[in-house]
Every structure is written in C-alpha cells, then in structure tokens.
Design a protein around this ligand. Structure first.
Ligand code: NAD
Length: 336
C-alpha cells in the first residue's frame, strides 16, 4: 500500500511511518519542519527513517496546493494519513493566524488533493480538545462538541465538519482520530511530560497549573500507533457497500467516522509528576499557577467505539509509559 503521511517529522508522524514501513508499506512523508519547536528533534526523527527501504521524504508546506497536488499526481497514494498541523492549545492564544493557515487552509488543500486525485481514504488527526468544557465524562464521540475553548480546538472541530462535507458530496472515506494527550519517546517538547522532564532534570521549577487540580487521559505513543494501524486495516477491509453509510459516532460501518484514541484512564497531574520523579530519580520543584486560558480541567476518553471497531484499546500503564519516555529522554539528551 502507498501511504502519503503528512507531518512525518512530527512526534506521532515519525512513529506511524516507522510502523508502516515495518509492515511493508511504501511511505512518502511530507513536512515543512516548521520552527514551532526544536527543529533538530524533527530532523533527528527523520534521520531514523531516512535510510529505510520504501521511504521517501519531501519538504513541503501543505499551504502550497500546487506542490501538494504534484505529490499526489506522482505518488498516487492509496491512503493519506494527515497528521501535519499547528498543534498546541496555549500557542493558539498568541499565534491564532498559524492555526487558521495550517489547520483550516492546509486541511482544505488535503481534502481537495484527495478529491482531485481520486484518493479514496483519508485518515486525519483531530483532538480531545474538541470536547471543550464538556462536563459529562467520559467523552463519547456522539457527545455535543460545539463549545471549544481554544482556537486550536475550533480548527480541529472544523476539520471534522469539512471532512463530513467531502464524505457526503464526493464519497471520500474520512476517519477522524481524536487523540488524547499522547506521550512517549521522541515526544513533543511543548507538552507537559516533556516540559516537566526538562525542568526536573535541570533542577528548575515546574509550572503546575490550576494548583495541580487537573486530570489527563495520557495515551502512550505505541498504543496510538497500534490503534491507527488497526483502524486503517479494518477500514480498507470493509466492502464498498459497508462504506455507503454516514456515521458520526463510529458505532456502525460507514464512510465518515470519528474515533476517540485515548487510554480511558485519566490520571491527576500530581500523580504523573510523581511517576516522572520516580523514573528520573529526582524530586520536582513545583510552582503552583492558576488555570491557563484555553485549557480544560479534565479529559477522559470513552473508547467503546474504538474497541468495537478494532478489538483493541490503548492499554500501556502510566508507569510503563513514563519509564519508556524517561529512558529515551536520558539517552537522547546525554548524547546531544
Ligand atoms: N500529541 C498529542 O497529544 C496530540 C493530541 C491531539 C491531537 N494531536 C494532533 O495529532 C497530529 C500530530 O501531532 P504531533 O504531536 O505529532 O505534533 P507535531 O507538532 O510533533 O507534528 C506535526 C508536524 O507537522 C508539521 N507541520 C506543521 N505545519 C505544517 C505545514 N504547514 N506543512 C507541512 N507540515 C507542517 C510540523 O513541522 C510537525 O513536524 C497533529 O494534527 C496534532 O494536532 C496530537
């Protein structure tokens, strides 16, 4: 199978590309290697893939519809796994324009390229942030998700709406993946596990928002990659007549689906700080701060639809996941 993977230098993208190459697929990765965070980390991730058979990389910005289209014409992907985005809730407060560009215009370019080049299967990253301040826990795909608390969340929800239009009008099969705080080796430096690890190892204070009264459904990268691989496989195995129905909640087979990809076991901020302290063998210096604008207090995935569709849900314990992350972190930064 020929996989076009956007955001391949990113955290989730690199891991997905590696897994797909392991499974014998051809992967063309694209990324603009933007400077939102350490570009060296992105280049080092790409270096892990660079020499693998059946892998190629093009440095392309998805805002260039022209370049994107040329990639589709030449590579003729069977599926697109679209992970490129301007990520991060907090950054969207100070840099809203980047979110509209990459996440709205860029996403539109991906949809159009699929349509114009008869690529029938689009799998794309959404986010748990679409649930906004919903109080009903756990979050189910069929819950109302119309009250985002950040522009980032609003762009991800908009992607789901735009995908629905292309499924409805043009028969594109679109599967949205609502990721819940993904962490692990090669993770994102702007996210709390990484920020905390950095502060703990440098004996600097960590910022604990909302006085620590927050819970996150942390999901280990290996489980996310496994889930994505199974969702793609299952979708491609479905017969054409099963792909006729539209289906928002992922409860039935259909062309338009949304899945929560989360662990389903939220943990308090303080308990994952404790796991990091154990894994690094160091005490954290905690500084308490109020809630950040745009943030939500708790995320909690209902993974029933995921389990029903692929017979699997993320399962790595926080202890094991944090240990794997810390092992990678120490090795990577020791060799820097
Ligand atoms: N990591 C998480 O916990 C999490 C949670 C929810 C949703 N998501 C979503 O999953 C996807 C992958 O996230 P990630 O954690 O790997 O993020 P990441 O920032 O590590 O990866 C995104 C990649 O996209 C690239 N990119 C950005 N703008 C681009 C553009 N205009 N053209 C081409 N490439 C561009 C970046 O250079 C980066 O390498 C994103 O869509 C993100 O919003 C991630």
């Amino acid at each position: 199978m020929r996989v076009l993977l956007t955001g391949v230098a990113g955290f989730i993208g690199m891991h997905c590309a590696a897994k797909m190459l392991d499974q014998g697929h051809s992967v063309l990765g694209i990324d603009n290697i933007d400077d939102y965070y350490d570009q060296k980390l992105k280049k080092d991730r790409l270096a892990l893939l660079a020499n693998r058979e059946n892998f190629s990389f093009h440095k392309i910005d998805i805002l260039s519809a022209h370049q994107l289209n040329a990639v589709f014409v030449n590579f003729k992907p069977d599926i697109v796994l679209h992970l490129a985005a301007q990520a991060g809730v907090r950054y969207s407060i100070s840099n809203p324009d980047k979110y509209i560009d990459t996440n709205i215009v860029g996403f539109f370019n991906i949809l159009e390229a699929c349509k114009q080049n008869d690529c029938l299967h689009l799998f794309y990253a959404s986010s748990s942030s679409v649930y906004g301040g919903n109080l009903k826990q756990p979050f189910e795909e069929l819950d109302n998700a119309d009250t985002p608390l950040s522009l980032y969340a609003a762009t991800k929800k908009s992607n789901e709406l735009m995908a629905h239009v292309y499924s409805h009008l043009y028969g594109l099969s679109t599967i949205g993946l609502r990721f819940f705080t993904v962490y692990g080796p090669w993770g994102r430096p702007d996210m709390s596990p990484f920020l905390f690890a950095n502060a703990i190892t440098n004996k600097k204070p960590i910022k604990v928002f909302n006085g620590g009264d927050m819970r996150r459904d942390l999901t280990f990268i290996g489980d996310v990659v496994e889930s994505i691989g199974r969702i793609i496989k299952k979708t491609l195995e479905m017969k054409e007549h099963q792909l006729q129905k539209k289906d928002i909640g992922g409860k039935e087979k259909g062309k338009y689906k949304i899945f929560n990809v989360g662990n389903g076991t939220p943990v308090s901020l303080m308990s994952y700080i404790s796991e990091l302290e154990l894994a690094f063998g160091l005490k954290a210096i905690k500084e308490l701060f109020p809630m950040q604008p745009g943030d939500v207090k708790e995320t909690f995935a209902d993974t029933t639809s995921l389990r029903e569709f692929i017979g699997y849900v993320p399962e790595t314990t926080l202890k094991d996941g944090v240990k794997a992350f810390a092992t990678w972190y120490i090795e990577y930064y020791q060799n820097k």
